[in-house]
Every structure is written in structure tokens, then in C-alpha cells.
Design a protein. Structure first.
Length: 339
């Protein structure tokens, strides 16, 4: 295998982990809590911007032609952590406005409008994050290492893998906890959950905060990898891409969403890039989104639970969970025959 091929594959590995962290964050919103979070890309954008401005030095307009707030040149681990925290903090007012005060069927519309407003506002306001041009020349982690670009790819892949493991630990901890089971109950029936004395708005807010942290973390990783970020990088279509990965892989299932991330943001997008270009400039890119949308419709119609459906568990009052209702019934009958 040639060095250029290995370099390309390692780059795909980095993008896969970054997208996977984001998809797991969105799955906490949509797959577990049932929140139609069409503003999820905003959490990723905030994480990227905060990581960028905390990594950069103070703006010097005559030299760099950039204008942005902050600019304190903090160490990259702290800047990356602040990016994740920024996504979590943003989730609180978003949850209060779009989730607590609106019916479920209006949440998706409110989230989409929020994403459009945020994108337009950042693009128009040049003093915050340099307007439509965005941030560039963001320092990369381990930038002082005297290694080639080829070797640096492996260093960054290791960093992304560590962040992916942390994200998996957070998402898995929520999924396997009583909190995760309450979120699933909220997704299925809010009225039934409220009848049991649980607060649906509190559960949605927790899901938004946890998913917002993962979204901000993925944005911070992405800006540290590509060293640039702008409003054109976080259009609502990117959230649609993450939703497609969840629907194809299987919502509420970490393994399923990982498979969906491998197939959609990495597999389909990269494979279609190898096809011959056709039509006017930009037509082929539009065809990619048409293909992704058609694939989502096919799965919604023929396999709505995804390639790896969410595992259904039956819990007994005093014992371990059984993998199916039939297995639990068989055990009960066996105990009865022994008596």
C-alpha cells in the first residue's frame, strides 16, 4: 500500500471519529430523548468557534485581516475542553426556548429556524468570529512536534480516538443507566412518563446538555484538524447528514449509529466523489444530497429501525434483564414446573 493511500485512509479515520462523536451526541437528542434537534449543527459550530478563538492569539487586524473576540492562545487541551463545555452551556437556553415552551410537533421547526438565524447572524456580524470568512490558521495540537505531515496524521488520529473513547463512555453510561431508560420512555410516551412522576422537560434538558457537549467536542476536534471554520461549514444540511446516519444505522444504538456514520458521512460521500463529474458546476454536489435523501426515504419505508435495531429489554422486578419477552416467559414456566 502506497504512502499516499495510507495518508488518505488515516485522514478518513480522523473524519470518521469526529463525525461519530457528533452522531452520538445527536443520538442522545433524537435517538434516546426523542428531540428533533435540527439545530444540532449549532452546537458543533459553537464548539469549533470557542476552541478556535481560545487557541488563537489576539486578533491583529492590519496583519491578519481577521476580527474576532477573545484570542488568548491557551493550550489546545483546555481550548478543546472549553469547546465541549460551550456546546453543553448553549443547550440550556436552547432547551428552555425550543423544548420546554413548545409542543413536540413544533420543536423541529423551532430548531431549524434557530440554526438558520444563528448562521445568518454569525455571517453578518464580523466582529465576533470574522463574519462569513470565519477563522483560519488555528494552531494544531502537538504542533511543536518535528514530524512529517504523514506521521502527524497518526498522532491526530490517536487524539481523535481518545476523544471517541471518552464520548463512547459518556453515551454508553447514559444509555445503560436508569436515566437512559427514562429518556427512552420519554421518547415513546411523554404522558405516560409524566404519570409516573418524572419531569419530561428535565430529561430533555439533560439529553440536550450531554449531546451538546459531544457536539461541541466534535466541532473543536474538527477545527483543530482542518485549522479553519466558517458559516459555510455548518449549514443545516450537515445535521440532515447526521440524521441519515442515525436512521440507517439504528437510533438509540451506539453500534448502529457507528455503522451509519461509516456508511453515510464517510462511505457514501467518499464513494460519490470518485464518480465522474457531470453537468454544470455544483450539480454533482447537489446529486450527492439527492442520493442521501433517497437513501433515507428507502430506509424509513423498508427498514425504519435501521440496520442494527435498538435492543429491546424486559426487566424483572428482582433480577437481571432478559433479552426478550419469550425468554423471560420460558424462565417463569421453568420455575413453575420445578415447584
Amino acid at each position: 500500500m502506497s504512502q499516499s493511500t495510507v495518508y488518505y485512509l488515516s485522514g478518513l479515520g480522523i473524519l470518521f471519529v469526529i463525525n461519530l462523536v457528533a452522531v452520538w451526541g445527536l443520538d442522545l437528542h433524537f435517538g434516546f430523548a426523542g428531540v428533533n434537534s435540527f439545530a444540532f449543527i449549532v452546537f458543533q459550530a459553537v464548539g469549533a468557534y470557542i476552541t478556535g478563538v481560545f487557541s488563537l492569539s489576539r486578533a491583529n487586524t492590519p496583519v491578519t485581516f481577521e476580527t474576532y473576540i477573545l484570542g488568548v492562545h491557551w493550550p489546545w487541551p483546555l481550548a478543546l475542553l472549553l469547546g465541549g463545555i460551550a456546546g453543553a452551556v448553549l443547550a440550556v437556553p436552547v432547551g428552555w426556548i425550543a423544548v420546554r415552551r413548545l409542543r413536540g410537533d413544533y420543536q423541529a421547526m423551532a430548531m431549524l429556524v434557530l440554526a438558520l438565524i444563528a448562521n445568518s447572524l454569525i455571517a453578518a456580524e464580523t466582529g465576533w468570529f470574522n463574519g462569513a470568512t470565519g477563522l483560519e490558521s488555528v494552531p494544531q495540537p502537538f504542533g511543536n512536534l518535528n514530524v512529517s505531515l504523514y506521521d502527524y496524521h497518526w498522532v491526530f488520529l490517536a487524539l481523535a480516538a481518545v476523544c471517541g473513547i471518552v464520548s463512547w463512555w459518556i453515551a454508553r453510561g447514559i444509555a445503560r443507566s436508569p436515566l437512559g431508560r427514562s429518556m427512552r420512555a420519554l421518547r415513546e410516551s411523554e404522558s405516560a412518563l409524566a404519570a409516573l412522576g418524572r419531569d419530561p422537560n428535565r430529561l430533555r434538558t439533560i439529553a440536550l446538555v450531554a449531546g451538546g457537549f459531544l457536539g461541541g467536542l466534535s466541532g473543536g476536534l474538527l477545527i483543530q484538524y482542518v485549522q479553519a471554520w466558517g458559516p459555510a461549514s455548518w449549514l443545516y444540511a450537515e445535521t440532515f447528514l447526521f440524521f441519515t446516519a442515525i436512521i440507517i444505522g439504528g437510533r438509540g444504538n451506539l453500534l448502529g449509529t457507528a455503522l451509519g456514520t461509516l456508511l453515510v458521512p464517510i462511505g457514501i460521500v467518499e464513494v460519490t466523489r470518485e464518480l465522474p463529474q457531470f453537468g454544470y458546476p455544483g450539480e454533482f454536489a447537489d446529486f450527492q444530497w439527492v442520493a442521501i435523501g433517497a437513501l433515507m426515504l428507502v430506509f424509513l419505508w423498508f427498514r425504519p429501525h435501521g440496520l442494527i435495531p435498538e435492543r429491546r429489554r424486559v426487566f424483572r422486578p428482582g433480577g437481571d434483564d432478559a433479552s426478550s419477552g419469550q425468554e423471560a416467559s420460558a424462565r417463569a414456566l421453568a420455575r413453575g414446573s420445578q415447584r
